[in-house]
Design a protein around this ligand. Structure first.
Ligand code: ZN
Length: 819
């Protein structure tokens, strides 16, 4: 693998000062080969004169002409071609052959296992654009693009602007608005394309031909929410969507959830559902749709000048995505979903040794910025912006945003610019707010000290701040009735008397950003109260309190199981079951004194819920998923697989069949021939991933070796299959079989940089981390590698986080040895 230099902030500043890019003209030939494509780029730009470089990551260069003169391609060094620019107008023409990639970046090409057809999409994010076309790859050198694409005759080609298709295989795109390199894209292949229109905006939805019927089934829901969101964004921002058509392309083997490319958003295609899914999964998709739409304004009309402000894109889109989904789509419970699906992600990231401020974390180069693209950028940042919105009110909040969009339209801006717009709109001086909440890492811890009659606020030791919190508190009366009051927490101690034994839940509605945990008396009281608690949001808040306490060893596994048994019967949100049951199976049960007994209790709770939930409801579906994954009785699983004794309202579809097969594999109750037969019966992309998970899960040495060949790259497989193999191979109860791979993980991990890069490099490191090897030796090995200065930056970051997770699990075991 060729190494490339990551662009440094200082280099980007120098290039920005030197150049003004006028336009890109890009000719791509996608029809000539399955492995490579032709890429001829003409860049017209003006310069003050002097040396710079263009970014280019080709397979082969045919010709480079700069201001009419040939340039020696051998000057290209690790992705950079030096240029001595002339004052005034310059023109660079690069004629190259580029490689299709298979890691979800650049121009990704894949083969659909269902029908053998080929699909292509572009993912330029961060630093992948130069593997598609020659460019000055930094966010603040925006320019309009004109694409000309040659493709196989039966392909559809979609991009950032509308295209004409004058003859089969020829696609001429209109010149785009000024775009940053990182969101220039192209989606090409025999995609199934559906069109609609709303308020003058042509809309498109596309997915692989083999899942056309699933796309058709969801098209109405997707178009309806897209239209409603456009109306709401237009109302809130007062600025029309400016990028022409709005396509939402569901593409294969996509690493992220989605990417906000103007006019052509790409989504991971498991979001087109081939099996029944829960309401929570649909909400996740809806908030993703709204999130990407918010980016059209925040990120695409106005783009961060440098990667250190990427958080603003994500925090803003995350906040607006949740809010708009809750306000104008059928998913008015989007904030409940957020509580279950996102809050812990951000809170735990903010407690890790790798925590960083939401804003201004430096990002000296592009790859360093990618490391800090995490739950803090999304969940914490969104929570802080929500607080800011509460503080300022909608009028000032949106007046500031609109000023920002107007002032920097089709340009770039910084966090400073946005806060200046808010101050101009009447927000007053926001410097202490930004200092405390956005420039200081880590959450305050807020707990009730019942004996002292106070609520204590403790800032993180390494990141002192003086943050005031306004939060609601839910207190249960002796009769078990919840009452909600508002508490202002300022200073180290805030008087808050609580009667002995009364449950007191701090911040159940997530008004602030803090680590809140229930005190022991509250935990005891909750076991009786949860079954009577009919406020869905309050229960979500309670579960966040409980999960935080468990993470920090302040709640015993036995208590967690008691709470699960108390809470699940009353639960009416499938999001709750979807989040809490896997948490109990993978984190609580293995740390219990008797893991097998704990798993039996979880299974019994799930089965009871399947029986009590309405037949055919998604609540029942989520409980059945948990019942399958927690089952230890192979006979029961076999019966379900055969369609015998399935609960009324449950039908086995592809997803449930594979869930059963994966569970049978973990138990060693299925052989390879049966797994292969299941794959052959329905050889879809989904089946391949689940087959990979099942194969790696089998309790024998061959299975673990099979998974390991994928990790080391000896066997090359697509990203989702690789991740599934990693998650499958480490199973509690199989520690003896996987013992030899604990050492091998730390020995082999550094070498994976030779096989993969970017997202996939880091994702594989995380999927294959030996999380089930709950021992101090594992931690010591991780620490030794973390201390190795030659280790790749992104591998180190994942290792730091995984080691911290393991350390927390070991701490829980030490604190609650016989629980
Ligand atoms: Zn985003």
């Amino acid at each position: 693998m060729t190494t490339h230099q990551s662009l440094q902030h200082t280099e980007a500043q120098a290039r920005f000062d030197l150049l003004d890019v006028e336009e890109y003209d890009v000719r791509l030939d996608l029809a000539s080969s399955d492995e490579t494509f032709g890429s001829v780029t003409t860049i017209r730009f003006s310069s003050h004169g002097g040396p710079t470089f263009v970014d280019l990551k080709p397979a082969q260069v045919h010709e480079i002409r700069f201001n009419g003169r040939p340039v020696d391609p051998d000057l290209l060094d690790r992705g950079r071609l030096p240029l001595e620019t002339e004052p005034g107008a310059n023109e660079l023409v690069v004629d190259a052959t580029m490689r299709f990639r298979n890691d979800g970046e650049g121009l990704h090409r894949s083969v659909d296992p269902a029908d053998g057809r080929h699909y292509v999409y572009g993912m330029s994010f961060m630093d992948a654009a130069p593997s598609i076309f020659a460019c000055f790859d930094q966010p603040d050198l925006k320019a309009p693009y004109t694409f000309h694409v040659q493709a196989p005759a039966d392909w559809v080609v979609i991009g950032n602007s509308p295209a004409a298709n004058p003859e089969p295989g020829v696609w001429e795109f209109e010149t785009t608005r000024p775009l940053s390199t990182y969101f220039v894209t192209l989606v090409a292949g025999p995609y199934h394309l559906l069109r609609d229109e709303h308020d003058g905006i042509p809309l498109g939805l596309s997915a692989r031909a083999s899942i056309a019927k699933d796309l058709e089934a969801d098209a109405d829901e997707l178009f309806t929410m897209t239209k409603a969101c456009f109306d709401e964004f237009h109302r809130l921002f007062g600025i029309r969507y400016p990028f022409g058509e709005y396509h939402q392309a569901f593409v294969p083997e996509f690493n992220a959830g989605a990417m906000e490319n103007p006019g052509c958003v790409t989504f991971r295609d498991p979001l087109i559902f081939s099996s029944r899914v829960t309401r929570g999964v649909r909400i996740q998709r809806a908030t993703t749709v709204a999130h990407e739409m918010a980016h059209q304004w925040f990120g695409n009309i106005v783009t961060p000048k440098w990667w250190d402000d990427l958080w603003l894109n994500e925090s803003f889109a995350e906040y607006m995505g949740n809010r708009v989904t809750a306000d104008v789509t059928e998913y008015d419970d989007a904030w409940t979903h957020n509580a279950y699906a996102r809050r812990q992600w951000g809170l735990i990231a903010d407690q890790r040794p790798s925590t960083h401020p939401v804003a201004g974390n430096g990002a000296f180069d592009a790859s360093a910025a990618l490391q800090d693209f995490d739950g803090i950028s999304y969940a914490k940042g969104s929570s802080i912006l929500k607080q800011l919105n509460t503080m300022l009110g909608d009028e000032v909040f949106f007046a500031g945003a609109i000023d920002h969009f107007t002032t920097h339209r089709f340009g770039n801006a910084t966090m400073h610019d946005l806060f200046a717009s808010w101050e101009k709109a009447g927000a007053g001086d926001l410097s202490s707010f930004t200092g405390n909440w956005l420039r200081t890492a880590g959450p305050d811890t807020i707990v009730l000290d019942r004996a002292a009659g106070v609520v204590r606020r403790t800032p993180p030791a390494d990141h002192p701040a003086d943050r005031a919190h306004t939060l609601r508190v839910a207190t249960a009366s002796p009769e078990g009735k919840w009452e909600v009051s508002t508490l202002r927490v300022q200073g180290a101690e805030t008087p808050h008397p609580a009667s002995p034994g009364a449950a007191v839940v701090l911040d159940p509605y997530e008004d602030t950003w803090a680590l809140v945990q229930p005190d022991p008396a509250t935990v005891a009281a909750l076991k009786a109260l949860l079954p009577e608690t009919d406020d869905t949001r309050l229960r979500a808040g309670i579960w966040n309190n409980v999960r935080s306490a468990f993470h920090n060893a302040a709640l015993a596994p036995a208590d967690a199981l008691d709470l699960l048994e108390a809470g699940v019967p009353v639960e009416d949100s499938d999001d709750a079951i979807f989040a809490i049951m896997p948490w109990a199976m993978t984190k609580v049960a293995p740390l219990s004194g008797d893991p097998a007994a704990a798993l039996r209790r979880i299974h019994a709770t799930a089965v009871a819920k399947v029986g009590s939930a309405a037949a055919g409801s998604t609540l029942q579906l989520s409980a059945f998923q948990a019942a399958v994954s927690s089952a230890s009785d192979a006979g029961l699983l076999r019966a379900w697989l055969a369609g015998d004794g399935l609960p009324d309202g449950i039908a086995l579809d592809l997803d449930l069949r594979w869930r059963v097969l994966v569970r049978l594999a973990v138990l060693g109750e299925v052989d390879r021939a049966e797994l292969q037969a299941a794959l052959d019966a329905e050889p879809t992309a989904v089946s391949r991933v689940e087959h990979s998970r099942a194969m790696a899960s089998l309790p024998d040495a061959e299975a673990k070796a099979w998974a390991w060949q994928r990790f080391t790259g000896e066997v090359d497989v697509p990203n989702y299959e690789l991740e599934a193999a990693g998650l499958g191979m480490w199973r509690h109860g199989q520690e003896e079989l996987t013992a030899e791979y604990v050492h091998r993980f730390f020995a082999d991990l550094p070498g994976t940089v030779e096989k993969r890069s970017g997202w996939l490099l880091a994702d594989a490191a995380q999927a294959f981390f030996p999380m089930t090897a709950l021992a101090d030796e594992t931690l010591a090995k991780a620490q030794a590698l973390i201390d190795d200065e030659t280790l790749d930056l992104s591998l180190r970051r994942r290792l730091v986080d995984d080691a911290d997770e393991l350390a927390h699990r070991l701490a829980i075991r030490r604190a609650h040895p016989a629980s």
